[in-house]
Design a protein around this ligand. Sequence first.
Ligand code: NAP
Length: 277
Amino acid sequence: MAASSSSSSSSLLKIGIIGFGPFAQFLVKTMIKQGHEIRATSRSDYSDICTQLGISFYRDMTGFLESKNDVIVVCTSILSFSQVMNSLPLNCLELPTLFVDVLSVKEHPRDVMLKVVPGESDVVCTHPMFGPESGKDGWKDLSLMYEKVRVTDEATCSSFLHIFASEGCKMLEMTCREHDYLAARTQFVTHAIGRILAEMGIEPTPLDTKGFQKLVQVKESTSRDSFDLFSGLFIHNRFAQEQLRIVEHAFGTVKQQLVKKMNEETEDNPNQCTSDK
Ligand code: NAP
């Protein structure tokens, strides 16, 4: 893994977005601000939102692919990525195009893109480690993980990465495997704990400690993401199952420690009441 400043070269790009859900809508606001020409397509109809943003929306995938994109950014859910990529009529591509994904898992889209994307087109895997909430006041000091999986057109790749570098993102170049190993231990665990806290129904009270307020924040920020996103972190990151096992095991261990201590205390002070044995 290396932190790099990315390249200094940049030019305005024609960027096509596949999957215009919450994350894509968040990303394109910055791309539009920077002057890139954006066009989008999605399963659902986002014509109205695109009109408001001043960009084109294609209902027809063939027209979208023929629209001479320099870069195609795939922003679909993790769960639908393979099906979406495999259904693209890529024979309609007019030019070699840089394909980029932004999925929160990385080995899965890398493998799919290497199978599906024509050999003359480039492939870069990225994961912006932020979203509409954490990035709402700008992207400065937020991280962009990327791997140049297959790049021959360095200029287009540099211009694309410059979108993030120029906003002040920390540019983290690492392999998709390294990403998934670390993300399972960090992002997946955060989301799993957040979902457990939501399942418990924790809510703010007048007595909250700072620590509890942070737990409520974790619950709220992770519950805002779709369940497709959360389950995708589990299903398509081969390191996540092990982390779920570790969470379960740790819960059991802490419970055992408490019960053991309670039993010791009861043995030492047999007359002391315990509320619940
Ligand atoms: P998401 O629920 O992960 O994905 C929503 C997108 O997937 C929408 O564009 C939706 O299209 C499309 N989609 C879902 N099922 C589909 C299907 N069966 N066929 C075709 N398209 C389908 O929500 P998201 O937050 O927008 O995330 C998008 C991607 O960005 C994900 O891969 C996620 O891992 C990544 N990401 C998200 C964040 C974040 O903070 N949210 C941060 C970094 C990376 P329609 O809307 O047209 O139905």
